[in-house]
Design a binder for this molecule. Sequence first.
Ligand code: GLA
Length: 370
Amino acid sequence: MTETVHYAAPGRINLIGEHTDYNQGFALPIALPERTEVTYRPDGGDAVVVRSADEAGEVTIPLDTARGAVRGWAAYVAGVVWALRDAGHSVPGGEMSISSGVEMGSGLASSAALECAALGALATAAGLSIGRVEQARLAQRAENEYVGAPTGLMDQLASLCGEPRHALLIDFLDDGVRPVPFDPAAAGVVLLLINSMAPHQHAGGEYAARRTACERAAADLGVTSLRDVQDRGEDALRGIADPVDARRARHVLTENRRVADVVAALGAGDYASVGRIFTASHASMRDDFEITTPHIDLIADTAVRAGALGARMTGGGFGGCVIALVAHERWTEVADAVRRAVAAAGHHAPSIALTEAGAGAGPSEMPNRA
Ligand code: GLA
């Protein structure tokens, strides 16, 4: 029987490229320094018994669990057990304990962190060697087919492939990942993570609705995905019957361009331009894709008015976090302005912290205490 395994996987911040992954477009996430830690003790049984430091009780996942049989937080682990076995891998039974360092429900991919940490632990215990892109696809199957959330592949790829001081340029046409230097500190700039603490309301249904609108727009244009019309620019939009679908598609096409523009600006060390493109992305998510909320808009607008180089919501939308790029000497001023504006509007106090790109998933030295 294998020894106890410790494995950890981070959450992510998407710098830019929102709702582009399931349209075979581009995104530019970083892995977060915060990680979900998993300890696995194989015992030769026929179930994975899982506990979390953040939840009461334990959940027993039979190795032959059927899609959707386990619900709630443990469903992400059950989904991984199911996806590994469905792909023909054998999974040893055992006891798993989880300690999540990634804030749940805040748009920082806590689900992907849990899936990737659990998958890494189970694969290590089973002696399997699975490439990172394949791991990401298995974790995505857990989420799509077991949990039932129709999400793309960005979060899992970011969690698995993250690198300190780098962002990841992902091309979802072939799921290729290219690390791009991202070190704002070297340019005297900080990346501010502003968590609105607003729960994702109706996030599941709205996410699926956006995905369907993009698929309808592609069907109107006679293509399989919006990526196929990327080079035709906004002219392509004329062939989309419904004006709302056309706006959804415009967000995707312009957002893909913004990803390329940010990569070029980073290459030139031009954080002022990166900031301006962030702000343009936020406007597109607000006006064309309609996935922001007045609370989130207030945070992003206030940050920019108070002197940030740019700010945008990150993640699936309808709450969650805003990121801002700010010259180091101005960040406390920007943070104070955001706190004041949010309080004056009667919202929850946000949590505001400096952050940076961290490493991707891997074996962990640090046993968790769940
Ligand atoms: C969620 C999904 C991702 C991606 C983003 C939006 O995080 O899990 O696949 O679609 O929303 O960019």
